[in-house]
Design a binder for this molecule. Sequence first.
Ligand code: B12
Ligand code: SF4
Length: 590
Amino acid sequence: MSKADLVLLHAPSVYDFRETSIMYGPVSDLVPSSPIFEMYPLGFTTMAEYMERHGLTVRIVNLAVLMLSRPKFDVEKAIREMDPAVFGIDLHWAPHAHGSVEIAKLCKKYHPTTPVVFGGLTASYFHEELVSYPWIDYVVRGDSTEEPFTRLIYALKRGGSVTDIPNVTYKGLDGSVIVNDMDCVPDTFDHVKLDYSFSMRSVIRDRDMMSALPFKGWLSYPVSASLVCRGCTKTCATCGGSAVAFRNHFGRKRVAFRDPELLVRDIGHIARHIPGPVFVLNDFRQAGDDYVHAFISGLRRIDFKNPIGFEFFSPPEEEFYEFLDDNLNDYSVEVSAESHDDAVRKAFGKPYTWDVLSDSVEAAFRHNCKRFDLYFMTGIPTQTAQSVRDTVPAVRELYARVNDDKRLLAFIGPMAPFLDPGSMVFDDPDRYGYKLRAHTLEEHRQLLLEPSWKHILNYEPDGMTRDEMVDSTYEAALGFNAIKAEVGIADAKTARQTEERIGQARKAMVRIDAIMTHPADERTTLLAEYKHELDQLNESTVCEKTELNWPANVNWRHFVYNMALWFRVNYETLFPGSRKIDRRFMEGEQ
Ligand code: B12
Ligand code: SF4
């Protein structure tokens, strides 16, 4: 295996999740990850591909997947045996606050002189606090770190200065925190490749399949994501990726879109190598009509066959579905309505009505939409427990309106474990009537060790207590489960199992609350005794995880293209001179 200039590590949410007794609850039920959030940021792939193109060797090691899949996997030993020039650790999502910093400690323990670099949206928000820990040397801030991080690695390898590298926060010789200007915020999203070639190459080159897996079940459900842009045009109140959050904390004043031709190329590349569905995240309609036409006609030109899903920030109109239907083989739609209640949805930042949404679902099905995923969230501004409960009959009516069409799949989950740092509500909780239970990164790290998701929440919402939020979330989940059984989406056995699991989860929450009334030392013992049962409750609570899965489409072409890639990568490994390298940042290295 070649020596890496950079090893990118992805930590589990809570480092010692294999030892701690925590009832994570339905925090990750609506994403492919388990509650330890083992999925690494897409940016790992774009950074690694960009760096390799500029002459560096990069390895991705998904420690979270390795720990999940191999109960005896020895993290300390794995880190001790690594020997890169630089360690990179993501703290993109705040739920990784605990694990990422613990992994940094291990890197420093075994490699005291190797620089440890952090990055991601949460790291960018808490950059000054992070570098004040003794185990973290640098944070590269912002949503586009490919170039500054590459420059930083070359500077560190040469022992050169980092004072003129944009977006970097670091410790000066006297221990003071130095914050370089955030000058690298590209206007477009065209300087990177999001074609998964890096991950596949590294699997072949390093003969290591597990380390680079995006999440635990990926091999049986190889879903891929494509991103339309960096940034967002919307201003949803609790979102740490809103236009306001990007402007205030990540230096981005305008959304950076990916050229539609490049996006089509990314998707075409995925389809050649990976049989699963492709999700196109971040509503591409944000970029305007010309973009929409260029993108969709590009997909038609390449005769895209994989199932493709689009995230839309608001419900599309009939003509739009007609247009998709005319151009695509197999499309699905995903909309996060958050609440059935127009006032609550408006307070969240999505001012369309339930009627408009219902019309849109009907129209989608008239135009051969394969599946319409509709998401609801609890814990958002102005929402009460009663409003959460009322979502259930509203959703039932919506099903009735589309004749119980099984292509409609509704899901509900809590805004958990955290309200996003950098969101408008987090930055100004009083204005929204929220109470924050954690402000600093260290406070978030400590919360993550609490024994249940109610205690982990970093906020108390304005319209209900945390207890009410927990209860109403589980009640609504029971209601959604009953609807799915009635409509025939879930068979009787699955629906009964989900119902039982929700019942057990509710009992577990009560039991943990009771344990919390004991003195601290007794609490630890009681929780340890409860660990085995809690672990069983931590996979899929409010719905079956497989309900999220879309169909795959495997054919002989995938085999041929992957064999071709295998030969190319092995050839490049044997003859490194055959690799095309941009030497821009390498000056002065020899
Ligand atoms: C796409 C997306 C997803 C995809 C993730 C796909 C993926 N693997 O990355 C899905 C749908 C799976 C997802 C899930 C979740 N998401 Co999300 N997601 C987004 C979204 C819409 C876009 C993200 C994006 O544009 N990324 C592009 C850029 C910013 O990131 P990137 O290319 O991956 O990485 C760059 C930088 O972050 C940085 N970087 C990243 N890692 C590192 C490491 C180092 C060492 C360095 C130097 C730099 C660096 O450099 C990279 C390259 O330039 C944002 C909203 C938004 N408008 O931003 C929310 C957002 C990022 N998600 C968020 C959340 C909370 C989650 C969940 C925790 C929700 C949940 N409870 O289930 C989960 C976590 C999943 C997991 N890890 O298992 C919050 C994060 C807020 C916060 N500060 O914590 C956001 C901001 C908004 C939101 N609420 O949805 N998400
Ligand atoms: S919730 Fe989605 S649409 Fe709203 S600001 Fe965040 S990323 Fe944009």
